[in-house]
Design a protein around this ligand. Structure first.
Ligand code: BTN
Length: 320
């Protein structure tokens, strides 16, 4: 019922009387009023004027299953959405629901245990950001899973292209040298076979101020443009780009995508310092990204390839 009311208000754009709604939807005016109240509680701004009716004041920046899917042009990614207002981590939410369909999307407004790469946390502010995870069930080997991370990074980069987004290997999305999006890919696998992959995407959309620790490293669409944007429309763009790239990847592998990846990857040709999880470091120039998603660093002792799971790379913009 709530979705039908929102659809009517959006389609009309102006005032829709309670009577018209109750006739169209075949329910009492009291039921309409009750649902309007529930929609307001969900965060929609709806004006009620006597003798005119109800009007949706703005395309409210509300995240829910209906808003994410409304107008989404995909075949399977995001066709099944589970939104929970608060969770520990949308990646965990996806893992707990791994039986759901390929391409299912899990989103939240608050993460109280958001996870970042290399065991770090991920802090986000309520109402301003995108926190979502895509459950994927590709027929690939565990070794190939890191490529999905690159595919996801490319999808976000395409979706945020108009704001000047580029990729810092492996998949930090950066604008003007500051991070706007982080991606955490997790996997359940057997020796030869991936059971499922969870690709968690965090995007700073309307964030006006960041905590002191990351204030000089983080940015948002709002910080770049001064304009607040609708988060679900950004989500849909990401999901649509993700599906297009993922379809190519699952049919033909990463090779048709590598050139585009390298074009938007800012590391190539720049200094690189890789810090391994055991504390070892190597210095050199980043010269390439391999088709398996490793960064090739030219050091005094020759080229070494580093994989995204084991290192943090700086050289440009520091360790983000
Ligand atoms: C990083 O750059 O360190 C990766 C950050 C990934 C954050 C996203 S937000 C949605 C999903 N859920 C999580 O707990 N993490 C990812």
């Amino acid at each position: 019922m709530k979705q039908k009311i929102i659809a009517m208000l959006k389609a009309d754009g102006g005032y829709v009387s309670g009577e018209k709604m109750s006739q169209r939807l075949g329910v009492s005016r009291a039921a309409i009023w009750k649902n309007i109240k529930a929609l307001k509680d969900d965060g929609y701004s709806i004006e009620a004027v006597t003798n005119k009716g109800y009007r949706l004041l703005q395309v409210s920046d509300v995240i829910n299953e209906y808003e994410i899917k409304s107008g989404l042009k995909t075949d399977f990614i995001g066709q099944n959405v589970r939104f929970v207002y608060e969770t520990d981590s949308t990646n965990n939410e996806a893992k707990r629901n791994f039986h759901m369909s390929d391409g299912a999307v899990f989103a939240a407004e608050i993460q109280n245990g958001g996870k970042g790469r290399l065991g770090k946390g991920w802090v986000s502010s309520e109402g301003d950001e995108i926190m979502m995870s895509v459950l994927l069930k590709p027929q690939i080997t565990p070794a190939a899973a890191s490529q999905i991370t690159l595919v996801a990074g490319m999808a976000v980069c395409r979706a945020l292209k108009e704001y000047g987004a580029v990729i810092k290997w492996p998949n930090d999305i950066v604008i003007n040298g500051k991070k706007i999006c982080g991606i955490l890919t997790e996997m359940s696998a057997e020796i030869e076979r991936v059971n499922y992959i969870v690709c968690g995407i965090g995007i700073n959309v309307n964030t006006a101020a960041f905590p002191d620790e990351i204030a000089d490293k983080a940015t948002s669409i709002y910080a770049v443009t001064g304009i607040k944007v609708n988060r679900c429309s950004i989500m849909r763009r990401v999901l649509e780009e993700f599906e297009a790239l993922y379809k190519t990847y699952t049919v033909s592998g990463f090779s048709p995508l590598i050139n585009e990846y390298k074009t938007v990857c800012v590391n190539i040709g720049k200094n690189a310092e890789a810090v391994f999880s055991d504390g070892r470091t190597v210095h050199g120039i980043a010269v390439d990204v391999t088709e398996t998603g490793e960064l090739v660093i030219r050091t005094e002792d020759g080229d070494i390839s580093v994989s995204s799971g084991e290192v943090s790379v700086s050289g440009i913009y520091g360790h983000m």
